[in-house]
Each structure stands twice: as C-alpha cells, then as structure tokens.
Design a protein around this ligand. Structure first.
Ligand SMILES: NC(=O)c1ccc[n+]([C@@H]2O[C@H](COP(=O)([O-])OP(=O)(O)OC[C@H]3O[C@@H](n4cnc5c(N)ncnc54)[C@H](OP(=O)(O)O)[C@@H]3O)[C@@H](O)[C@H]2O)c1
Length: 355
C-alpha cells in the first residue's frame, strides 16, 4: 500500500467523497421499521474484517452487553466524563448490531473465535468466514476494519470489495492508517470512514478508545453508534484526526509504559523481601486504585500531596523519583512514540534509528 505518495488532488477528491458520506450516513432503514414505542426493531449487521485479538475483544464486549441489555439502558450510554468532549453521554442508538460476521484467513483463527465468543448467546447470530470477505462485507451495515495495517490495500484491492462498502459505515482501528488513506484506497466509493484507536485493555473492557472527529461532523445517530460500540470495551474520547499520533502513543503504547512502571514497583517490593506473586497483585491493585481516584476527578498532584506526610516515607520515595527525572523521561517517551507513530503513518521504515 502506498501511503505517502498520493498526490494532493487525489487526497482532495477523497476528502470530498468523505465529507459527503459523513454527512449522509444513517443506519439503513432508520426511518422505516419502527416498533410501537418508537424504537427501531431491526438490528444492524456488523462485519469484522480481520477478526483477531482486537476484533474478538470488541465483538466480545458487544455480545456481553447485548446479553445484559435492560430496557432502562435505552436512556443514555453509561459513561462518565469530567471534561466537555470526553466520553459524551449520548442516547443509545436506535439500532444496535445484532447480526455479526467475522472474517479471517486461517482455520485456526476461525476456531479461536468460536472458543472465545462461544459463551455468549449472540454467538448464534455470528457467521465466521475463512478467505471470503466479499459476501460478509456486502451483507454489512457497519464494517469494523481490524486487520493489520499493511493488509488494508490488499483487502480492498478488487473493484467488488470497494463497491461493497458503498453507503456503509467503515470503522477502522488500524494503527497509523488515516481516513484519507482509506478513502484513497476505496476510490470514489461513497463510504463513511471513521478512524479510531482502542488499546489492548479492550480484552478486559478497560480500553481507552480515541475516535477521530470528522468534518463535517458525523450524524448524531452515527456518533451514538460509535460511542456505544467502543464504550462496550472501555472509555471513549473524541479528538481531531491531527491528534491520532499522540493518541496512539499515549493510549496505544501507554499500556507498555505503565507495565514498565508496574514492573519497577514490583522489583522494589521483591528487593525488600515481598513475595513475588503478591507483589504483582499489590502493584497492579495499587495502580488500579490510583487511576480510579484520578478518573473520579482527583488531580494527581493533589493526590500525591495528600499522601505525602511531612517527614514520611512517601515524600522520601517521591524525591528519589524526581532525582531520576521520572516525569521528564516518561513524557519524553510519549513524545518519542508520537514522532515514531507519525513516521510509521507516512510509510517510513527504520523509524527507531538514531536521530
Ligand atoms: N492489538 C492491539 O493492542 C491494538 C490496539 C489498537 C489498534 N490495533 C490495530 O488493530 C488491528 C488488529 O490488531 P490485532 O492485534 O487484533 O491483530 P491480529 O490478532 O493479527 O488480527 C488480525 C486479523 O486479521 C485477519 N486477516 C488478515 N488478513 C486478512 C484478510 N486478507 N482477510 C480477512 N482477514 C484477514 C487475521 O486472520 P488470520 O490470522 O487468519 O490471518 C486476523 O484474524 C491492527 O490494525 C492494529 O494496528 C491493535
């Protein structure tokens, strides 16, 4: 896939198609089949194009949620926000995904889907396809593109596959692939493309997903559907596309950075004689508790002050971390990962070489 060689006019043309499609996309049939209480009774068909680790995690979150859906859930999406644009409280979409297609290449990938999702009642509404993407994409109302980034061009190489996306919502979670690049691959097909970036904690429904905003904005139905889908696997934030590299660094690479800090806490504990297994649990639960306080609105600097008793052990430890320039080092890691993410997005190789 050529990512960085598209001439300006192709990008402009792709953007024009994207703008038109964004404004126009509505869940199909949204004005037709209505139940007596005014909600639409037809579900959407969601096709996961490349159903591996992330695809399974997202389908698992949706299927689990559908199994526990109560009538009162139709009030608003249960997400909590302390800032204006984060995790917006939106009405539950009129139509939810209720039929599912999962596309893979290898038989063992298909078997993995059965093993991991077979427990959910909605598994009965899932069809798994091996080496057959066209039929399931044609059937789809919504396509979740969750293959490896380098596969995108190949998957949409044929005219039929491009055409099968027409009039549909295509949500990409492929790292480093921009909406414009996907539109360039699809040509002049009228498809609404939304870029998003979940993270590995989707597997335990604790993802931080960043969804790129669109210009013009997506319809209310589309954004409530997106928020609903990704809030099944954690929290959701909408940010402009220009922030996706920094978002990839903070949320995509973030779990690895946090794991290093966790390992450091454990190493200190073990050095001072704590049993290994308990030390991992103690460090992980301490981090979870701290993040819980911050997500409830506690500022980390205040939290730090509150637990630093004058003359106590916490301030002693904090000063060692300050001497080691911990804040600057971690912040620099996020900056470095952002630069690398942007270069990967331009298709550059050897991006971690010396600068
Ligand atoms: N993992 C993360 O933490 C994370 C976080 C954020 C975003 N992402 C993004 O999410 C995407 C998926 O990542 P992942 O970790 O879930 O990868 P993965 O486990 O390797 O899943 C990719 C899936 O795509 C399938 N696939 C490959 N080529 C295909 C084709 N031509 N037609 C249909 N299916 C095809 C693979 O099937 P086979 O195995 O049968 O080939 C596999 O099931 C990537 O673009 C990544 O950048 C990942």
């Amino acid at each position: 896939m050529s990512r960085d060689l598209a001439p300006d006019w192709i990008l402009k043309q792709a953007l024009g198609v994207q703008h038109k499609a964004n404004a126009a996309w509505k869940p199909p049939g949204s004005s037709t089949t209505m139940s007596s209480n005014g909600s639409n009774t037809d579900g959407l068909t969601l096709t996961v194009l490349g159903c591996g680790t992330m695809g399974i995690a997202i389908l698992g979150g949706i299927m689990d949620s559908l199994a526990h859906q109560h009538p009162q859930d139709h009030v608003s999406i249960p997400t909590k926000s302390t800032s204006g644009t984060s995790t917006p409280a939106e009405p539950i979409p009129e139509r939810l995904p209720t039929r599912f297609n999962a596309c893979v290449r290898r038989h063992q990938s298909a078997k993995r889907i059965k093993t991991e999702l077979g427990q959910y009642p909605a598994f009965d509404d899932l069809s798994i396809y091996e080496n057959d993407n066209l039929g399931p994409v044609r059937e789809a109302d919504v396509i979740l593109l969750a293959c490896k980034p380098q596969m995108v061009g190949e998957i949409f190489a044929s005219k039929e596959m491009k055409e099968a996306t027409a009039g549909k919502l295509l949500i990409s979670i492929c790292a480093g692939v921009t909406g414009e690049q996907i539109h360039t691959i699809l040509g002049d097909v009228d498809c609404t493309v939304v870029r998003s970036m979940p993270n590995t904690a989707a597997a335990v429904r604790e993802s931080m997903t960043v969804i790129a905003t669109s210009t013009p904005p997506l319809s209310a139905e589309t954004s409530s559907l997106l928020t609903w889908i990704f809030s099944r696997i954690g929290r959701v934030v909408y940010l402009p596309p220009s922030t996706m590299d920094a978002s990839t660094a903070l949320c995509g690479s973030g779990p690895a950075f946090v794991a290093l800090f966790l390992e450091s806490l454990v190493a200190g504990g073990i050095a001072m004689g704590l049993p290994r297994e308990e030390a991992y649990t103690m460090a992980a639960q301490t981090m979870r508790g701290t993040t819980g306080l911050v997500l409830q609105g506690e500022h980390p600097a205040i939290l730090k002050d509150k637990v630093s008793t004058p003359g106590g052990c916490t301030i002693g430890g904090l000063l060692v971390l300050e001497e080691g320039s911990m804040k600057g080092t971690v912040a620099r890691a996020v900056r470095e990962a952002t630069v690398v993410a942007s270069q990967l997005g331009q298709g550059k190789a050897g991006v971690n070489g010396p600068r």
